[in-house]
Design a protein around this ligand. Structure first.
Ligand code: GAR
Length: 202
């Protein structure tokens, strides 16, 4: 059965693009992106979606009274498209319980550090400033904490002598574009089983 995907974005959307490309190439099978939703009106990710004929929706958080009301509107869009899987691809908000309880273990996030280190914003800069010798990226299921959910895939990226925060971030991004589609492929093939905190690849 085809996995119907919604992608939530806030910015340039390169991780969205990697999923689109890997569906189009056939690497990810039996999955379709039904809608891309952004909380930022001029996010380039919306443009990328439109270029591929995918419905692109801007939901403005400022036009709702509070976060639950904003999330109920997003839920409405998700329900309209019969969504099975939500991807957070550079979505810069913490997803609240309205959405999480409706999609347990069916929301996947990409984070640009080796969790549980360097949660939250600007993780690549946080890692660089801390002086770690290895960083990387993590794909994980989303729970009610911030960047705390069960880990699906991680990839290490060494910090080089002449790195800046930007060059490190660019090399991490290259790996994000590999492990994010890989996780989507595994999910769509029914190969991810969550046992407590542990994700088993079956
Ligand atoms: C990516 O590096 C992603 O890991 C990060 O934002 C960037 C979005 O880039 N996400 C977070 O920091 C979430 N806390 P993109 O819009 O080009 O995919």
């Amino acid at each position: 059965m085809t996995t119907k995907i919604a992608v939530l974005v806030s910015g340039r959307g390169s991780n969205l693009q990697s999923v689109i490309d890997n569906i189009e190439s056939g690497y990810i099978r039996d999955a379709e992106i039904k809608v891309v939703i952004s909380d930022v009106g001029d996010a380039y990710a919306l443009e990328r979606a439109r270029k591929h004929g995918i419905p692109a929706v801007f939901t403005d958080p400022l036009s709702f009274e509070n976060k639950p009301a904003f999330e109920l509107e997003i839920l409405k869009t998700l329900k309209e498209h019969n969504i099975d899987l939500i991807l957070l691809a550079g979505y810069m908000r913490i997803v609240g319980k309205e959405i999480i309880s409706a999609y347990p273990n069916r929301i996947i996030n990409i984070h640009p550090a080796l969790l549980p280190a360097f949660k939250g914003l600007h993780a690549q800069q946080q890692a660089f400033k801390y002086g770690v010798k290895v960083s990387g990226c993590t794909v994980h299921f989303v729970d009610e904490g911030m960047d705390t959910g069960p880990i699906i895939i991680q990839k290490c990226v060494p910090v080089l002598e002449d790195d800046t925060a930007d060059t490190l971030a660019a090399r991490i991004l290259e790996q994000e574009h590999k492990i994010f589609p890989e996780a989507v492929k595994l999910f769509a093939e029914g190969k991810l089983k969550v046992e407590g905190r542990i994700v088993v690849h079956t």
